[in-house]
Design a protein around this ligand. Sequence first.
Ligand SMILES: [Zn+2]
Length: 444
Amino acid sequence: MTAVVVTADRALVEGVARGPNAVLAEDGAIVLVGDPAAVLADTRAATARRIDWSRRAMVPGTINTHNHSFQSLLRGIGDDLPFLVWREQALYRYSPRLDADAMATAALFAFGEMLLHGVTTVCDFYYLNAQANDNAIATIEAARRLGMRIVLARCFYDWDGAPASYRETVPQAVANFEALAARYQDRQRFLTAVQPAPHSQHGASRAMIEAGAGCARDAGVPWHIHLAEEHYQVEQSLARFGARPLHAIAALDVELARMIAVHGCWFDDSERALLADRGAALAYCPGSNMFLGDGVTDLVDLVARGVRVGLGTDGGCSNNRVSVFDEMRTAALLQKVHRTDGQAISAETCFALGTRTAGEVLRLPIGRIVPGYRCDLVALDLDDPSLWPVQALEKNVVYALSPRAVTDVVVDGQEAVAARRLLHVPIDEIQARVAELTQDWGRA
Ligand SMILES: [Zn+2]
């Protein structure tokens, strides 16, 4: 049994700001939370390792429910272009060149930068599988090297308009998913999880979507799918399937209660009602939706209906930031301006979307500082002016926080970032790998 006690001068616990706080964890699971003197007096703390976050505030680690790690390599290369031009000249031009070693570089880069921004769990929606698992394994192993928690949302893709490296047959996708899950489905510490992800209505056939959802049912895990991101996708769904995106999916042999829809910018009232009715979830990426000019998901309505929603950054070339704290602020501002109502949504709600409810979306015991949950924590520098005055901590973390204030990160009771530095992979190594890999890449 490995025990650790983390103490901090302030904390946000269950959405409430507290003074001095301590967390005791055993084998990565939180077992006690409370006043430092009381926690340290517990017999289980006697031989525990101590992590002292003086002058810092402890908050739950943030959870990125939607990302494509390899896209960090394309950052800046296709910005400000129409989507189809970006896809042809940036995405389809460079992504088929990437081998497993390049995928490891991309993942170290994307996940390393996320850790420095306080992301403790990333869900990587992974579609460059090349009919095998080598690339996905390189991505998972990069997260393990960094000491980060990962959900590999393994894509199911068979649209023949995409490069061959994206595509599989249905039996290939099922067999590869099952092999990857057999190796990495960690049901003890949940450090690695594997979930199926039929790409979208355009990227996956009906048989492929049903196969992905079937694998989710068999494994007892959620499944992910991009839906209604851009308006033309609604028109396309109506033309091809005679129904709006969510209704077309609901007509298939799939369990909506396990579904995590990604984006949903153009879900109408009937689709939002259906999400709530069936207990489906949403990965919401406000920064990416704004960057690409996709549209505005009616988040306020979804939250009011009780739909589980988590925040995502999406890929590093459609945002172009990788911070969930930043998505909390972006979600709030976008919803306020969309409704021309400064009270449309609160900081506390947006904080939950990046922590507690994001854990509920991924169906993992993460995102809360309570016993039974994994010990994923972030320290924020109380001497950083972006958090002053400190008595408004919960508001300031969402609206004012500078990424400079993120000092330390613990994942599953283990330090991954200390004093603003990655502990397990030198940042110089990541920088050199990215520079070498992309040296002859140019803007599309
Ligand atoms: Zn995506």
